[in-house]
Write a protein that binds this ligand. Structure first.
Ligand code: GAP
Length: 513
């Protein structure tokens, strides 16, 4: 079995074993691509939301947050283009009976070409040492140039065929490149077909009077249809933003890879309303701002890259993904799109209501342009969780599993551990718990040896373990152990709040952006 698969398996089993993520409806054998967050998963998820909300809403004077309903008027999805164009091109393998997204098969093929190009670059970098000039090498080395040109040709042809709805050509491309089912190697493909991803439901008491609705496939439309309400009541001038965190639903056909691609998931989206003609400079600005937000988490600069889109969605005039190196390779984590005035103009047309903004400086009314940042909360959870999970061999040869989560995001900030319950240690530890519980999420544990309790908390990602022993009763000091360095220090109980706060507060994290 490939190493990547082992790593990923470990991520999934650790998430379950430590109360982060469970398969939904598990006692009924689960529901495909739907997951529940357990006690620690819910805390971690809430902390990620807070990090986003504080950075986007609280720290930007001109961005406000809303919470719109999941059910929306069905015409919204006609106006947004989702009824007609929110499709995935699907292809089935006739032998394995497995279904794939045709565009993903082609993109994966290109990713392999890029891996080959990267290997050539790495080899040359080693060979030439300090004198290596990467910019020159990638434009002159025949193999790298060939790999990159081939990728470009494939992606451009795919983009054109999908835009023209020429699905026969998408299939022809797959066949020309001899792309096989990654699991079985079979090249026996069906035709490519379009499949709409929205879930339908009904609103109303009787079947005759019921209205057909959709579960929203993105939170963004809730922002667009409220744009004028928010602009008028907040009195913000352009540019200003509206942010939202909420559930979205997509009937994903190829729903694999745990919480990477789910049918029910959460998005954190922000629409930035700007004057027409300024959108591309705001788009560049938001690309950088969003990357910096990710980098502040400290998961490693080398694990992120931009992927600028060749094939633009029907609403965009520029689009890029921030990709992250997941255990299964670089994949989309966040999308940054310049959505033009497509959505607001479409809603004007379909609703018959004016959605114009009067610009005092330009002395004219217009429909604002929009730059969107959209990150999947669950996908971000997976990025942070999988990157933080490590097996370490310690100096004495023993091993430990540690979840080195960014401290501000850790579900539990400190574990309160009396060495034993008797001799008054339990009561003393409870007092510490009762004092710190107003500031931090804590756990209190009496069972098992102290070593075992340390290990369990390392695996949970708890930044601090606080041990109460007999000396604590005499001098009001405790041992505090740091998750990452495993160093233990004797500190005064009166200093605990400050010591924990310095490491886990959001200010420390937010000031790195
Ligand atoms: N409003 C724009 C929009 O929805 P998108 O690229 O379709 O754009 C944005 O989605 C982000 O939502 C993605 O970058 C990804 O992180 C997340 N996302 C999309 N589909 C998902 C799914 N099925 N499961 C989990 N996350 C998903």
């Amino acid at each position: 079995m490939a190493k990547q698969e082992d790593v990923f398996k470990k991520v999934v089993s650790h998430a379950k074993e430590y109360g982060f993520i469970f398969p939904s409806s598990e006692i009924y054998d689960g529901l495909s691509a739907i997951y529940d967050y357990g006690q620690n998963g819910a805390e971690l998820k809430n902390n990620i939301k807070q990090y986003w909300w504080k950075a986007m809403v609280q720290m930007n004077e001109n961005i406000v947050g809303i919470d719109s309903a999941i059910f929306m008027h069905p015409t919204i999805w006609k106006a947004s283009g989702h009824v007609d164009a929110f499709n995935d091109p699907l292809i089935d393998n006739k032998d394995s009976k497995k279904r794939f997204r045709a565009d993903v098969l082609l993109e994966d093929y290109c990713a392999k070409l890029e891996d080959k190009a990267q290997k050539e670059i790495e080899k040359a970098a080693k060979r030439f040492g300090e004198s290596f000039n990467e910019d020159e090498f990638v434009t002159t080395n025949a193999r790298v140039v060939e790999y990159r040109e081939k990728q470009k040709t494939i992606l451009e042809r795919m983009a054109k065929s999908l835009t023209d709805n020429n699905l026969a050509d998408v299939k022809a491309l797959i066949e020309e490149l001899e792309i096989a089912d990654p699991d079985t190697g079979s090249k026996n493909w069906t035709e490519v077909r379009q499949f709409n991803l929205m879930f339908g439901t009904k609103l109303g008491a009787t079947s005759e009077s019921a209205t057909d609705l959709y579960l929203r496939p993105e939170t963004a439309q809730g922002i667009f249809v409220n744009y004028l309400n928010v602009q008028k009541t907040s009195r913000h001038k352009l540019p200003f933003g509206i942010a939202q965190i909420g559930k979205a639903f997509r009937n994903e056909i190829v729903a694999r890879q745990f919480i990477f691609r789910m049918r029910e998931f959460e998005q954190m989206e922000m629409q930035y309303f700007v004057p027409p003609g300024t959108e591309l400079s705001f788009y560049e600005e938001w690309k950088q701002k969003r990357l910096n937000w990710h980098l502040a988490l400290g998961l490693g600069k080398e694990n992120y890259k931009f992927h600028d889109h060749e094939k633009l969605a029907h609403y965009a005039n520029a689009a890029s993904d921030i990709e992250f190196k997941f255990p299964f390779g670089f994949k989309e984590l966040e999308g940054i799109h310049s959505r033009t005035d497509f959505d607001l103009s479409a809603h004007e047309k379909h609703s018959g209501k004016k959605l114009q903004y009067f610009d005092n400086e330009r002395n004219e009314s217009y429909v604002p342009y929009v730059v969107e940042t959209s990150v999947g909360l669950d996908r971000l959870f997976l990025a942070i969780f999988s990157n933080s999970l490590k097996d370490e061999v310690l100096e004495d040869g023993s091993e430990r599993t540690v979840l080195s989560l960014p401290p501000a995001l850790a579900p539990v900030k400190a574990a309160i551990l009396p060495l034993m319950k008797k001799d008054g240690l339990g009561e003393y530890a409870e007092k510490i718990f009762d004092d710190l519980k107003f500031d931090f999420n804590l756990i209190y544990e009496e069972k098992d040896s102290i070593g075992k309790r340390y290990r369990r908390n390392d695996a949970l990602g708890t930044p601090f373990c606080i041990t109460i022993d007999h000396d604590s009763l005499i001098d009001n000091t405790v041992t505090i152990r740091d998750r990452d360095t495993m160093k233990q220090e004797r500190v005064a109980v009166a200093d605990l709040r400050r010591i924990i706060d310095e490491k886990v507060n959001f200010r420390t994290l937010l000031s790195k952006i």
